[in-house]
Write a protein that binds this ligand. Structure first.
Ligand SMILES: C[S@@+](CC[C@H](N)C(=O)[O-])C[C@H]1O[C@@H](n2cnc3c(N)ncnc32)[C@H](O)[C@@H]1O
Length: 257
């Protein structure tokens, strides 16, 4: 009798010990692993947009885009230098990839990343005939950019972030892909401006962008508000020597940084 009581208590003790160890491990892991999308299709209170299909790729090179986005202003704001290694993340058919390739020059490299092989195939039809050799296409998964660690001076995301199915996982990976001084340039249509003729799910507000990037190990280091329709944020790794700055709320009258 005594012996069976002892073995019962012994069994309960072992079970409690195992459970508490598992809880600790789960808590430790939650500090290390990316925060999962809280519920399918939502992240930190924002509904995630659907991925734009390659069937709509022509829209990305529409004639009115120069006027609507003023891409040269974006390029100037990036301050890219010859020889740098940069990434056009969610490159589509390369509206910005070809411009970046010109800026980094023959000694630099542009990783052109997308989850749709068809987009990369269309991109190739644009750079191969021109003999451009510094563009490196990369097929990503929806959680993993498939990029080398610690190599990037800059990662540009134009009209992409709001449609990442797993924003936290992708941001945590990019954190490792950037050099310590590297930056993400995040370009998104302004949710604050009702005159921007883009569907609400495809726009982002300043506070939302800040909330999501800071939740994943980044700090705001610069912003540019001189575009007609889009916010431009520059984020660095939170362990970067770059100084963080306060977000300046968008002002419809502002045209420059
Ligand atoms: C609206 S398009 C923008 C394309 C390009 N940045 C431009 O401005 O012309 C969004 C692109 O992001 C890509 N994309 C979506 N989710 C992605 C992910 N998790 N990783 C890489 N690319 C992704 C889509 O396949 C699509 O080509």
């Amino acid at each position: 009798m005594r012996c069976s009581q002892f073995s019962n208590w012994f069994g309960i003790g072992i079970t409690i010990l195992l459970l508490s160890t598992q809880t600790l491990t789960a808590q430790q892991e939650s500090n290390l692993t990316p925060q999962p999308v809280s519920q399918p299709g939502w992240y930190l209170g924002r509904q995630i947009a659907r991925t734009m299909s390659y069937h709509g790729a022509d829209w990305l090179v529409r004639g009115s885009r120069e006027r609507e986005e003023q891409p040269q202003k974006i390029m100037d704001a990036l301050q890219v230098k010859p020889g740098q290694q940069v990434c056009d993340y969610g490159c589509g058919n390369g509206f910005y990839t070809l411009r970046l390739a010109q800026l980094v020059g023959p000694k630099g490299k542009v990783y052109a990343v997308d989850i749709q092989q068809e987009m990369l195939d269309i991109l190739a039809t644009r750079y191969e005939p021109r003999g451009i050799r510094n563009i490196h296409p990369v097929l990503a998964t929806d959680k993993d950019p498939q990029l080398p660690a610690g190599k990037l001076d800059l990662l540009l995301m134009v009209d992409v972030y709001h449609e990442l199915s797993y924003p936290s996982e992708v941001l945590r990976a990019i954190h490792k892909n950037l050099k310590p001084n590297g930056t993400i340039a995040l370009v998104e249509y302004r949710e604050e401006d009702p005159t921007v003729p883009i569907k609400p799910l495809h726009k982002m507000s300043q506070p939302q962008a800040l909330k999501e990037l800071t939740a994943n190990g980044f700090k705001l280091v610069r912003q540019f508000d001189g575009l007609p329709w889009q916010h431009v944020f520059f984020f660095a790794r939170d362990d970067s020597p770059r100084l963080s700055v306060q977000l300046i709320p968008w002002n419809p009258e502002a045209t420059e940084e």
